[in-house]
Design a protein around this ligand. Structure first.
Ligand SMILES: *Cc1c(COP(=O)(O)O)cnc(C)c1O
Length: 379
């Protein structure tokens, strides 16, 4: 067990009031005031015309999104290679084919150059991709302008996996508002949590209406139970949504706290050869810095690599994690087509995520920095 975790839940103290309200009203089901309240809280935070449907996980939201974007058996779906498996799995649930695209070096997200190459190649082989899925990994917005230009040029739908980027923004606009459909996760380690949960976001009222229907067994409008298509039981419980409402009251603070962690690490490791903290390319990008990440170049650290660093941190009771192992290197996805130049693989071999919780204390931050500096000082 660790003393310092990478991204533990951080409660605001308001959660129990909303949960108590559900109990008081005996409203212990998948609809109710907390569900609608949580959806409204998310909508007012995002502004724009985006609407939200909360569901039982980010993965369910992605699954629903792909169905709404008409993904069917044997369709090609382009997907960012450098991500968590939950981004890709729903493509396979639908019998469609993931086409994996490598990252660029600035934001670590899908490379627009390889994206266009993948699109052209699919078209040439007679099967234009149905959807492009990109991720704002570790909270860092992708090169969204370039991605949208490609989607427009070839007329392909965009799905934004914003599971890690609630509270981030790009060119002044919030992440979660950029896809034809976008998705959040409220899993236990995300920037805000409901223990488990997710949201599907869209400005298209048709998508929102259909998402609600599909998430609750696709009932037709009739006085009896009638069904014209297959539905799912993906709704969020009114109790769980109460946690979400309590968490929403603190979202701005949580973003600021995680950004503070990131500033601290950037300063702490500024003078150390072979260590770089992943950061925004320029002022158009604002990351919530869900996780602060390092790249370690063992040629410059006297052979200390991210594996050694992780082991030493673990010995000190500090949880650190390797970056996501790219999907094209996963046994389960190894047969998927892949377009890239080794960028995500290189990041995976050199990178480490540090404790980044919004409840991390100054003392803990100093301790983490000290442990890392001690390992890296070569005398
Ligand atoms: C957490 C996460 C998901 C899945 O969300 P769940 O709520 O755990 O199902 C999807 N994509 C990314 C990038 C994630 O980090």
């Amino acid at each position: 067990m660790y003393r310092i975790w990478i991204s533990p839940p951080h409660l605001s103290g308001k959660e129990m009031e909303y949960i108590a309200d559900a109990f008081r009203k005996n409203w212990i089901t998948t609809q109710g005031d907390n569900v609608t309240g949580f959806e409204q809280d998310i909508q007012s935070y995002l502004g724009e015309t985006t609407e939200a449907v909360v569901v039982n996980s980010g993965t369910s939201a992605l699954h629903l999104a792909l169905m709404l974007l008409d993904v069917k058996k044997n369709d090609n779906v382009i997907c960012q290679d450098f991500t968590f498996a939950a981004t890709v799995n729903p493509i396979v649930y639908l019998g469609a084919k993931p086409v994996l695209v490598d990252s660029e070096k600035q934001t670590w997200n899908i490379s627009p150059a390889f994206l266009e190459k993948a699109v052209q190649d699919c078209i040439q082989k007679g099967k234009k991709p149905k959807v492009i899925i990109w991720v704002n990994l570790y909270g860092m917005p992708a090169q969204i302008r370039e991605i949208r230009e490609i989607a427009q040029k070839y007329d392909i739908a965009l799905l934004e996996d914003a599971a890690e980027s609630f509270g981030s923004s790009y060119q002044g606009k919030k992440c979660g508002t950029f896809g034809d459909i976008s998705v959040f996760s409220f899993n236990g380690n995300k920037i805000i949590t409901t223990s488990g949960g997710g949201a599907l976001l869209s400005a298209d009222k048709n998508h929102i209406r259909k998402a609600r229907s599909l998430a609750s067994q696709a009932r037709d409008e009739a006085h009896w139970y009638q069904h014209s298509r297959i539905g799912y039981n993906y709704g969020m419980s009114n109790i769980i949504a109460g946690i979400g409402r309590g968490q929403m009251t603190a979202l701005e603070d949580r973003v600021e706290a995680r950004r503070h962690n990131h500033r601290f690490y950037k300063e702490a490791f500024a003078g150390i050869a072979g260590v770089t903290v992943h950061q925004e390319p320029d002022k158009h990008y604002l990351s919530n810095h869900w996780l602060s990440c390092l790249l370690i170049e063992p040629e410059l650290t006297g052979g200390i690599d991210c594996g050694i660093l992780r082991e030493k941190l673990t010995e000190a009771g500090i949880e650190a994690r390797f970056l996501w192992k790219p999907m094209h290197l996963q046994p389960v996805f190894k047969k998927c087509p892949f377009y890239g130049d080794g960028t995500s693989e290189n990041l995976f071999r050199k990178g480490l995520c540090l404790p980044s919780g919004s409840n991390l204390t100054e003392k803990e931050r100093n301790e983490i920095a000290q442990v890392i500096k001690n390992i890296l000082s070569r005398e």
